[in-house]
Design a protein around this ligand. Structure first.
Ligand SMILES: [Cu+2]
Length: 144
């Protein structure tokens, strides 16, 4: 990797880290806010790839970085129990903790055959949890 590329990579990681440092305070979600799976249903057997539809009540979906009260974006925990997530930190982005920072409410998910757990976590513009967290029930699905 030459210096130019190294510089680019550094700049990229700083762009990701900067908003997280700017605002880490957890805010409360409007009362009655709820995030839930429209599909798949708990216990469903699906073929990969399959569509996940994410529902929300009491709040609005906005792209990541949009500082507007009562909004945030969806996150999907794949085979990751909620108690393994540090809710006082911005959520890492990886295959187990997926962000829908474009404001998406559905996604196509490709998973290996077998049983998987899925859980939705609705978080604010900075990928920080509300207090208390706005989460769906964890569901278990079987991928054929
Ligand atoms: Cu996020």
């Amino acid at each position: 990797m030459n210096n130019w590329m190294t510089g680019l990579a550094l700049a990229g990681s700083m762009l990701v880290a900067a908003p997280a440092l700017a605002q880490m305070e957890r805010t409360s979600a409007p009362e009655g806010s709820e995030v839930y799976f429209i599909s798949p249903e708990d216990g469903a057997t699906v073929e990969s790839p399959f569509t996940v539809r994410m529902g929300l009540k009491g709040m609005g979906v906005a792209p990541a970085g949009t500082q507007a009260e009562g909004t945030g974006h969806h996150h999907l925990l794949v085979d990751t129990p909620l108690d393994e997530v540090d809710l006082d930190q911005p959520l890492p982005a990886n295959d187990a903790m997926r962000h829908f920072g474009g404001g998406q409410t559905e996604t196509s998910l490709e998973l290996e055959s077998g049983e998987h757990s899925l859980q939705l976590l609705f978080m604010d513009a900075n990928h920080v949890s509300f207090d208390p967290p706005v989460t769906s029930d964890a569901i278990t699905i079987t991928v054929e």
